[in-house]
Structures are given as C-alpha cells and as structure tokens.
Design a protein around this ligand. Structure first.
Ligand SMILES: Cc1ncc(COP(=O)(O)O)c(C=O)c1O
Length: 446
C-alpha cells in the first residue's frame, strides 16, 4: 500500500532515532524525527507537534526594543523585578483584561512564563512547613512537571475530563485534605486540550485554595485566546475568566509567547495580589533570607535565578503593552487566525472519521484555538502518532500530558496556514480510506 510519505524512509528515520516508542516521544524528539523524514523524503509534513507561534511579532514591540538598544540600555543591569514603567504597564494590563487590582510593586517580568512558573513553584513549595506538593489539574504542559522534578518537589495530578463542573470540588478535596499541597496548577485555556474552566469551576478552585491555604498558579499562556468571547477591549467586559475573582491565594503567570507572538524573546509576566505578596510564610527564611513572600520572591528567587529580564526586551514589551492598554493594538485580533484554522481543521478531521477527545467545557462545546485533541477509532494515541507519520501528519500523544484519554493526540494549528488545507484534507481522506471505520484493520508500520 502506498502512503503519502515513502514508507521505507519513515521507517528508516524512526529506527535511526533508536527510541523505544515513537508514540511516546517528547515534543522535541518527534520534531527531530519529522525534520529528518522531511529532509530524507523531500516531502513537507503538516506539522502539528509543536506549540510555536506561527505569526510575526508585532512591529511595535520590535521597534520599541530597537530604540532601547540604540539608547544604550544593553550596558546596564535592569532591576530584578523590572523597570518601573513596565511594572506599571503590567498592572494596568491585568486591570484592563482580568479586572483585578494588583499594584505595580507585585507585577514583574520573567524570562518567559516558563521561568515565572519555576519561580512560583520554588516559592510556593517553601512557603509553609509541611506543604510542598504541587497539584496539577491535567492534562497539562509536560514541562511543568519536569520543573517540579528538577526542584525535587513531590507532585500529584489528575485528569479533569471526568471531573468538570460540580464534580471538581470533591475531587480536589481528596488531595487538599492531606494538607500538604502548596500549589494547584493548571493552564487556562488549556494546553493540550483547549478546555477553559467555567466561572463556576474557577470559583470552586478559588474557594478551596482559600480554605486549604494553598496557592493557585494560574498559567495564562494563551491569554485572551478563548475566541468565543471578545476579551480584546481594554477596561471593558467581558473580562478574562480567572481564579483571581474568587481568592487572594493566586499567582497569575502570563506568557507573551502566543498572545503577543514573542516566544523568541523569552519574556513573560507574573502578577501577585497584594495580600499574598505581603504575607509571611514560616518556611521561607532558610531558603530566601526573609519570611516575607514578596521579598523572598524578588530578592531570593529572582536574584538567584536570572537577576531580571534582558533590559531591551523589557522596553519591547513595554512598548507593546502601552499600545494594548490604550486600545491602539488589538492583540486578540492579531492571533484570532488560530481559531479560524482550528475550526477548519477540526472539521477536516471529523469528516474523515476522527473524533475530538476533549470536546466540552461542562455543557458547552469547547472553543477553537491553538490546540485541539483527536482520536481515531481502534487506535491508541501512541499507535496513531506513528501511523500518521506515514501520512505526513505529526502530532503528540496525550499520554505525555497526564491525560487518561490514552486514545488521543494533541494537534497544534499554529504552523498550518490555509494554503496547506487541501493537502491536509487529502492526507486525511487517504488515511480514512486505508483504515476503514468499523473494521479492525490497522496498519502499524512498526
Ligand atoms: C501551558 C503553557 N505554559 C507555559 C508555556 C511557556 O510560555 P513561555 O514561552 O512564556 O515561557 C507554554 C508554551 O507552550 C504553555 O503551553
């Protein structure tokens, strides 16, 4: 049987990588295999394995950074917690789009939200004696668990698929009751499933964080990108749903990578409410030299990790945020393209026998955004990753994300422009023709 990509080449490149299972490959490993197959075959894949922005960075940010470099900021150390103008602009941004008042003092840039997450884990897990566990509401971004492991922190996780809506509280309490949870972490919208918690679910999480005195690490890596609502007008409802409305025990981790297409710049934002920032913890001092949470964060953790974010980069983000906060630059319009792609691509998959795995937010269909999840009857996710390689389509297995839906894959839309849609549809049609629904027929080319 002929497949869109030469079978011999696919097989050979899979073997060359020497992995135990292609289906369990990490994102970067799969990325490498696909690069190798593309080079060896001369064919281009529909690349859906990596969550990288596929859009150009906003010119305003580029210009602002160049101007700062030309003025010579490159020779000077920036303050650990950010240049004052940027801190103020982050505070305004959070007020404009999440509708919470967080003073500039506790708003600061980080080296990507990735570093923000790492620092948050570090400080949350050392805040109170006996509370050092991170609880991940999965599916999730595998690197966050890697961070917990690197920090030597215990963690627990569960797949939220079966626990949406009212069921979420009881499930969370089974972990929180043990009183060792330092922080609860999730991304919203979610990587990989693109589920978004409802206000009711955020309220449940917030109330329990207060009750059990643990901190919610709310990862807003896809800030404003639930396109079902228009969150793009500064200072006007609807505001981006957040646990911030329901507890003071939270840290907002905001990425510039996807919403602002600035992944290469490695700049993100952290915002900590006043009450938490000025609180004390009985376990902080031995690690950070102070028992004050905010002080430990900046002069303990930030100092030790990166001592701030590159100076010119801060000016780039500052220029952009100013334009966003005044309504001059609509960042949501800039990335809405991803939602349009997801709508079209999900249709192509479902018309060719695939199903959407995480398909609902409680009682509402999920949004079209940066990712979606797919399955094909009769295949495990691990098998499907490998089989799709022969059809020139690459995606990662949900098994690597803490999901219990082992039949599923995560597909990212960012690198597939409309000009590739016809090719995708043809490859999917061929896949379905080769794997007729209702038959047990599977070719696993391994
Ligand atoms: C859920 C989630 N958190 C964090 C990040 C990393 O963000 P940054 O590039 O700002 O470090 C990503 C990037 O893919 C992500 O998906």
């Amino acid at each position: 049987m002929q497949t869109p990509i030469d079978q011999k080449i696919v097989k050979q490149e899979i073997d060359n990588m020497g992995l135990e299972s292609v289906g369990l490959a990490s994102i970067r490993e799969l990325n490498r295999i696909v690069n190798n197959i593309e080079t060896a075959s001369g064919d281009r894949f529909i690349r859906m394995e990596m969550g990288v922005p596929g859009l150009a960075p906003p010119q305003i940010a580029v210009d602002a950074e160049i101007a700062a470099l030309q003025q010579g900021v490159g020779s000077k150390y920036p303050p650990f917690d950010g240049i004052p103008q940027l801190k103020t602009e982050i505070s305004t941004f959070v007020k404009n789009f999440v509708d919470v008042d967080i003073p500039a003092e506790s708003c600061f840039p980080t080296v990507g939200s990735m570093q923000g997450c790492y620092m948050a884990m570090m400080c949350c897990a050392r805040r109170i004696k006996g509370k050092d566990r991170i609880l991940f509401i999965d599916p999730g971004f595998p690197v966050n668990k890697h961070q917990a492991r690197v920090l030597g922190l215990p963690y627990a996780h569960f797949d939220v698929y079966e626990y949406r809506g009212d069921k979420l509280g009881a499930k969370l309490e089974t972990y929180l009751e043990k009183n060792d949870v330092a922080a609860i972490m999730y991304s919203n919208p979610n990587n990989p499933a693109w589920i978004c918690f409802t206000a009711k679910e955020l309220e449940i999480i917030g109330n329990l964080a207060t009750k059990y005195d643990c901190i919610v690490m709310e990862d807003l890596a896809y800030f404003g990108m639930d396109f079902r609502q228009n969150y793009s007008i500064p200072g006007q409802p609807p505001f981006i749903p957040s646990v911030a409305g329901f507890t003071d025990n939270y840290i907002l981790l905001i990425s510039s990578s996807k919403s602002f297409s600035l992944a290469g710049q490695r700049i993100g934002m952290t915002a900590i409410p006043q009450k938490l920032f000025h609180s004390t913890g009985n376990n902080l001092k031995p690690f950070f030299g102070s028992d004050r949470f905010g002080y430990a964060y900046i002069f303990g953790a930030m100092y030790a990790l990166t001592s701030g974010v590159s100076h010119s980069n801060q000016y780039g983000l500052l220029g952009l945020l100013k334009a966003v906060n005044t309504g001059e630059f609509n960042f949501v319009d800039h990335v809405k393209e991803y939602g349009d792609r997801a709508f079209a691509m999900k249709k192509m998959f479902t018309e060719n026998g695939f199903t959407i795995v995480y398909d609902m937010d409680d009682d509402q269909p999920i949004a079209d955004g940066f990712y979606f999840t797919i399955a094909y009857p009769g295949f495990t996710g691990i098998e499907l990753v490998e089989e799709l390689l022969y059809y020139g389509i690459s995606a990662i297995s949900l098994t690597t994300t803490g999901s219990d839906r082992h039949e599923g894959l995560r597909a990212c839309v960012s690198l597939t422009g409309k000009e590739r849609f016809r090719e995708l549809a043809e490859r999917l049609a061929k896949f379905q023709a080769d794997h007729p629904l209702g038959s047990d027929f599977k070719i696993i080319h391994a």
